[in-house]
Design a protein around this ligand. Sequence first.
Ligand SMILES: NC(=O)C1=CN([C@@H]2O[C@H](COP(=O)(O)OP(=O)(O)OC[C@H]3O[C@@H](n4cnc5c(N)ncnc54)[C@H](OP(=O)(O)O)[C@@H]3O)[C@@H](O)[C@H]2O)[C@@H](O)CC1
Ligand SMILES: Nc1ncnc2c1ncn2[C@@H]1O[C@H](COP(=O)(O)OP(=O)(O)O)[C@@H](O)[C@H]1O
Ligand SMILES: [K+]
Length: 500
Amino acid sequence: MKILDVDQIRQLDQYTILNEPIAPIQLMERASQAFTNWFTARFDSKTAVKVFCGLGNNGGDGLAIARLLIQAEYNVDVFVVRYAPRESDDFAHNHRRLKLLTAPVYIENPGDIPTLRHSDVVIDAILGSGISRPAEGIVRSVIEAINRAPATVVSVDIASGLHANSATEPGEITICPDYTITFEMPKLAMLLPGNAKSVGEWHVVDIGLHQRFIDQSPTPYYYTTRDEARLLLRRRERFSNKGTFGHALLLVGSYGKVGAGVLAARACLRSGVGLLTVQVPRCGYGILQTAVPEVICRPDVHERLLTGPSEVEGPALADYAAVGIGPGIGKAPETARFLREVLTNCRKPAVVDADALNLLAAQRDLMGLLPENSILTPHPKEFERLTQRWQNDYDKLEILRDFAQRKQVIVVLKGAHTAIALPNGDVHFNSTGNPGMSTGGTGDVLTGVLTALLAQGYDPVEAAVLGVFAHGHAGDLAAEQRGETGLIASDVTDSLRWSW
Ligand SMILES: NC(=O)C1=CN([C@@H]2O[C@H](COP(=O)(O)OP(=O)(O)OC[C@H]3O[C@@H](n4cnc5c(N)ncnc54)[C@H](OP(=O)(O)O)[C@@H]3O)[C@@H](O)[C@H]2O)[C@@H](O)CC1
Ligand SMILES: Nc1ncnc2c1ncn2[C@@H]1O[C@H](COP(=O)(O)OP(=O)(O)O)[C@@H](O)[C@H]1O
Ligand SMILES: [K+]
């Protein structure tokens, strides 16, 4: 799904009005109905609803929502924050309609702000995507009062005060909602960690904006939906054999961190690889053979480190269908030398994770050896080591896109809504995963998943988008079973389904 910016959404709005065609006020009605459908499924009609409206179209939505809820027999109070003498045409239209049902309360001074109780549900329709300056004066006072109150808060389209696709400057204030119900598509701001408090749990409701305009609109930002991820999945053919699905090599582990290798190996097997060889330091031999009997184990000649040579013969590096390197390998100079050898010789896109990334950061010339379209999977700290410190999430996104383009690699920047930057500058945000996955080893699992997909011949971009989705989906299934708190990395592997 594309993520468009505010100007594009405004044009999309106009395009829909002209080409569907639909009257602007009807489009507002459709958006308000879509919000109301979500709201009534979530909160019952005994709920005390307090709708706060601004004077633009977001406020117009709020007034229409208030009317729809009154008609559905909810107990609704409406407050209009009168911060300016102007109001939008569609606000005015809905204002006239609402006044036939109820009398809104006008807030001009802080003394007009009502007291909010724990049992109240606030609908925040003060400012939407049209915000053009920081919230000040009475708008700020209302936002502060709502944030202080113990009530549940649901924002219409976007939290008041939050910019849809640019940074919130220090000192700016936003509503901190429990939920955001946004129209048609997520806004970039909703996918960025720094905005978590200004977004809450968010849901998209479809309001039928014109698909042709969306298709034609250029954007570097995408959000992977379940259907899109499903389309990437390949079926296993009936007349297949293990050779059909590739022979992968994982280079993993060091003394004390052989477990990282076990996690990656198990996940690789659970992701459909045909055959898997795992090279671990000699100390990991017994551990790996016992924990994962399905793998071919190649013990390194070194007892505690990965250094390269092994007494067990195997295919040349370039003959493996895919190579994954990093989980648990440590940063010893011998391992750094081996990494250099691997990157020089493997000639196919590789999966590079964890300490392999830290070694790249320490010896930056290694980056020049990365095979084109390799998949790098840093968490934010590792990414910072590879690049530089950033000012805010938007700055970080630019650094991410620039890095992927300059190095011609795929960067999977992990976290909630993992951002996958492609060599063409596009960024795909993931839609699966949960905070239960913030626990040691889940990243190692991802390395196994991605290596398996490359070995099966998935194009690296597809492998990255699909693998990250499947990994997060497995995390979500695991969380359903165990809850988020009790989730461990092995549960993610055990929950890999490859259907959704
Ligand atoms: N696009 C869609 O698909 C659909 C969109 N819809 C809805 O429309 C919303 C966007 O509406 P919108 O453009 O009228 O913007 P909105 O935020 O309501 O208000 C702008 C007004 O506030 C003012 N203002 C700005 N900043 C301010 C501040 N800090 N403090 C005080 N005032 C401030 C600004 O003033 P100005 O900049 O002109 O001086 C202007 O007067 C969108 O979020 C969605 O809810 C649906 O109805 C239908 C489908
Ligand atoms: N809050 C979260 N929401 C969704 N996914 C998360 C969250 N926290 C972590 N994850 C996922 O869990 C994995 C953690 O990887 P990483 O930080 O490398 O862990 P480790 O190094 O311990 O293996 C990543 O795939 C990341 O996207
Ligand atoms: K709002």
